[in-house]
Design a protein around this ligand. Structure first.
Ligand SMILES: Nc1ncnc2c1ncn2[C@@H]1O[C@H](COP(=O)(O)OP(=O)(O)O)[C@@H](O)[C@H]1O
Ligand SMILES: N[C@@H](CCC(=O)OP(=O)(O)O)C(=O)O
Length: 374
């Protein structure tokens, strides 16, 4: 079970900054407010963390640019506001990060992108590549195309699903309060901060209220829900004061800032449950003894070179069972190539993929992050 003292050993972070923090009560994006976070994120990168930023603020900035005082009710007007405001948002981040020698990348996602297996893997590979390149991905919901059914609805949920996607070690939700209180501190002056709690504590449903600012969308309800979603990949969450001095460094050093929401199980157990529970097995790969050994003893990814046979009908992103030569299931995971492709590349090293297929999507057949041993 994670505790504050383990946070200094976490590497991959998703940091979410809410609208309530980025704008001064509806006056549009406040660039000067961005600077401290950009400086802190830059410092975390230098300290060895990989950081993915999820930033709200597009609607608030769009409203300010259009001179609208109230958040529009009609979806098309909200979408227009987001499209207008997103320009200012990414420009502000790009300028600020570039001044500190870091590149940024805009990533806009809809719920559908993460529900579809192949798109899920594509989004995951892109984000992993960006992190490897040392770039800071700046993610927001793709509000322009997201219809009601397709929406994440709030960026707390989006940030949690991104944490699942890249198997983040920590999710940090920066907001305008000091953390999660036992009651809404805007309405109750005597509300007390909760320093740490388990995400499955049923009391949390009672304490978390909605948003009253009219700029943000979710309030604490969506933050608690997000922490529960993040816990599905074993990721702990810290709800923290975005305006606090040096807040990311202090969290990173294990200080008791904000509220730590502890998941009920570790990453490997969480991944196992997710793979076992949600997805149907579409095919079967028979592995040679060397591959079985590498998976079991070294926890490596599965490479095509160790695959002897392939059966079933599966597409990229679907679940396949990995069996040994006696037919006993050893592992299960999300496969990076479809059945026809696997039939051609099995037994070959990844360096041959380009010659055989004409392209190389991924070096691994199943990446170890998407593989559970049975
Ligand atoms: N138990 C609680 N503890 C802290 N804040 C709460 C609580 N219940 C409701 N809130 C409200 O949640 C708001 C933060 O959510 P929101 O406005 O959606 O911000 P953000 O833009 O950061 O997502 C706070 O300003 C506060 O009024
Ligand atoms: N995509 C929207 C996100 C709105 C939203 O969730 O805001 P918040 O509750 O402040 O995180 C935007 O950029 O305005």
């Amino acid at each position: 079970m994670i505790s504050r003292s383990m946070i200094p050993f976490t590497r991959r972070w998703v940091v979410k900054i809410g609208s309530a923090l980025l704008t001064r009560d509806g006056a549009g994006l406040e660039r000067s407010m961005l600077v401290p976070w950009v400086e802190q994120i830059t410092a975390r990168r230098m300290a060895g963390n990989e950081v993915v930023l999820v930033s709200s603020g597009a609607v608030a900035e769009g409203m300010a640019r259009m001179g609208w005082r109230a958040r529009p009710k009609a979806l098309h007007a909200l979408q227009a506001a987001a499209a207008i405001g997103q320009m200012g948002l990414v420009r502000a981040y790009e300028d600020c990060f570039q001044a500190r020698g870091l590149h940024t990348a805009q990533v806009l996602l809809t719920r559908d992108d993460l529900a579809d297996r192949a798109r899920y893997l594509n989004a995951r590979s892109t984000l992993r590549t960006l992190l490897k390149l040392g770039v800071i991905p700046v993610i927001n919901e793709n509000d322009t195309v997201a219809t009601d059914e397709l929406r994440f609805g709030d960026n707390d949920t989006l940030a949690a699903l991104v944490a699942n996607l890249i198997q983040a070690d920590l999710l940090i939700l920066l907001t305008d309060q000091d953390g999660l209180f036992d009651r809404d501190p805007r309405a109750h002056a005597d509300a007390c901060l909760i320093p740490e709690t388990r995400v499955d504590d049923p009391q949390l449903d009672r304490v978390a209220g909605g948003s009253v600012t009219g700029l943000g969308t979710g309030g604490m309800v969506t933050k608690v829900r997000a922490a529960r979603l993040a816990a599905r990949s074993g990721t702990p969450t810290v709800i923290a004061p975005g305006r606090g001095e040096d807040v990311l460094r202090r969290i990173g050093e294990g200080e008791g800032v904000g509220t730590l929401l502890v998941p009920f199980q570790g990453p490997q157990a969480a991944r196992k449950q997710w793979l076992a529970g949600h997805l149907q097995v579409r095919g079967r790969l028979t592995l040679d003894a060397g591959a079985v050994n590498a998976l079991r003893e070294k926890g490596t990814s599965l490479l095509a070179v160790g695959v002897k046979e392939v059966q079933g009908a599966f597409n990229r992103g679907e679940v396949v069972a990995c069996v040994d030569v006696s037919g006993r299931e050893v592992a299960r995971g999300l496969v990076n190539y479809d059945v026809q492709e696997v039939a051609r590349i099995k037994g070959h090293p990844s360096s041959r993929f380009e010659a055989i297929l004409g392209y190389l999507d991924e070096e691994e057949l199943i990446h170890r992050d998407n593989l559970v041993l049975l």
